[in-house]
Design a protein around this ligand. Structure first.
Ligand code: ZN
Length: 417
């Protein structure tokens, strides 16, 4: 952000210089033009429309003045170049990182990888509701199998737009159509007695929340009778487990129209309820589609942006050291960077960006893989298979690196997460 502000300051300087130059330029040119027109007029008004010696002197003087003025303008214009080039230098200074050094070409090259990348971009565009551009990309990349995914995204986007415009109908229709599936994914667990048996039921609160907002809307519009009829028609099926909430809504019926805003139920009018319902709808609809709420591409780009500064720093430090020393270890580390699939340093990302945690060996500091799975020692400590074979290569007995327990390496068990 600081980098952006620094560059912006330089751009502002250029803008103000351009403005003052342009104002000065126009003023000067107009001045010279005016004098030329005056001289022309004087000549045409003179005797027989002839150029006399006075005119000649005036013309000479004026020509001199004009060329002097042009000279000045040219010098000022040259000054502009240095201000403009300062912007370029500022960009280089603040953003001029060598991103190539953090990028491995083979990740995205090749037809299958390009296809995969296009698919991810396409899905992102569908999520954003950018239908025109996604259509163009689908055509150009020849990806058509994703079209089936487009419809649900269009529907979700339309409903979200309607919610933003405080129109609840499309969301209510959707929630009613998907009631069963929504309840299966619901986070509310209800326990109730039925014929002597305790029954547990999962419930989604989305539909009730939508009805609640509709009810409050009717009430705040001053139509109490309409609100009562709406509540009678829609609330009974949600009463179980939500008694308190519905009781409170019923009590709010004492106030309607502008009264509601100054009543003890004014909190029902909080605009945050609308923000929350959008969020809730998005989460629930994505869950039904089996999709993450956040766009995978968005998360990847954001995580990349957070990671880049640390990677660039690491790369610079490593490159500098490599140039300055013939130390073998350093050379190996740079080669690790160039040759492996994993990042050479650990980078902390916020919790919401952590998915599918992978066990990293505490000895070798490598993530485990199919070929190098995690192994549980009999003492309960876990290390990678590579570490186990390295530690036990010369002895038949292995001493756990974390506790004093001695054991036979063959007794370690592979762990499957
Ligand atoms: Zn141990």
């Amino acid at each position: 952000m600081d980098a952006c502000l620094t560059v912006e300051r330089e751009v502002d300087k250029v803008k103000s210089k351009f403005d003052s130059y342009s104002a000065n330029f126009n003023k000067q040119v107009e001045e010279q033009l005016k004098q030329l027109v005056e001289l022309k007029k004087r000549i045409s008004e003179g005797e027989e429309n002839e150029v006399n010696s006075v005119h000649k002197t005036d013309l000479k003087l004026l020509t001199l003045k004009i060329s002097e003025c042009i000279g000045k303008l040219a010098v000022d214009h040259r000054d502009l170049h240095s201000t403009v080039s300062k912007v370029g230098k500022s960009i280089d200074r603040n953003f001029g990182h060598d991103f190539d050094s953090t990028y491995k070409e083979e990740f995205f090259s090749g037809p299958s990888k390009e296809h995969l990348l296009n698919e991810v971009i396409l899905q992102h565009l569908y999520r954003q509701g950018q239908l025109d551009i996604s259509e163009a990309l689908a055509q150009e990349s020849g990806i058509h199998e994703y079209k089936s995914q487009k419809e649900p995204f269009i529907q979700i986007n339309n409903i979200l737009q309607a919610l933003k415009a405080r129109d609840l109908e499309p969301a209510l229709t959707w929630a009613e159509q998907n009631r069963e599936a929504l309840n299966l994914n619901g986070k509310n667990v209800l326990c109730f007695e039925e014929r002597g048996r305790t029954t547990v039921q999962q419930k989604s609160t989305l539909e009730l929340r939508l009805h609640k907002l509709k009810f409050i809307k009717l009430l705040s519009e001053g139509d109490r009778m309409k609100a009562i009829l709406y509540a009678r028609k829609n609330f009974p099926r949600f009463v179980q487990g939500e008694e308190k909430e519905i009781q409170s809504l019923m009590a709010a019926l004492m106030y309607s129209g502008p009264e509601l805003a100054t009543s003890p139920y004014a909190h029902l009018l909080d605009p945050n309820h609308w923000v929350e319902i959008e969020d809730m709808f998005l989460r629930d609809s994505c869950a039904l589609l089996g999709l993450s709420v956040e766009s995978p591409l968005g998360v990847a780009v954001e995580a990349g942006c957070l990671t880049l500064p640390a990677l660039l720093n690491f790369k610079h430090v490593m490159t500098d050291r490599k140039e300055g020393t013939s130390d073998k270890l350093m050379t190996t580390l740079v080669d690790v960077w160039n040759g492996r699939d994993e990042l050479p340093i650990e980078i902390d990302l916020p919790n919401q960006m952590r998915f599918h945690s992978v066990f990293a060996c505490p000895i070798l500091r490598q993530q485990v893989s199919d070929g190098n799975p995690p192994m549980r020692l009999i003492c309960g400590h876990v290390i990678s298979k590579d570490a186990l074979s390295k530690l036990s290569s010369s002895h038949s007995k292995l001493k756990c690196p974390y506790c004093p327990v001695e054991q036979n390496p063959a007794e370690a068990k592979k762990i499957v997460f």
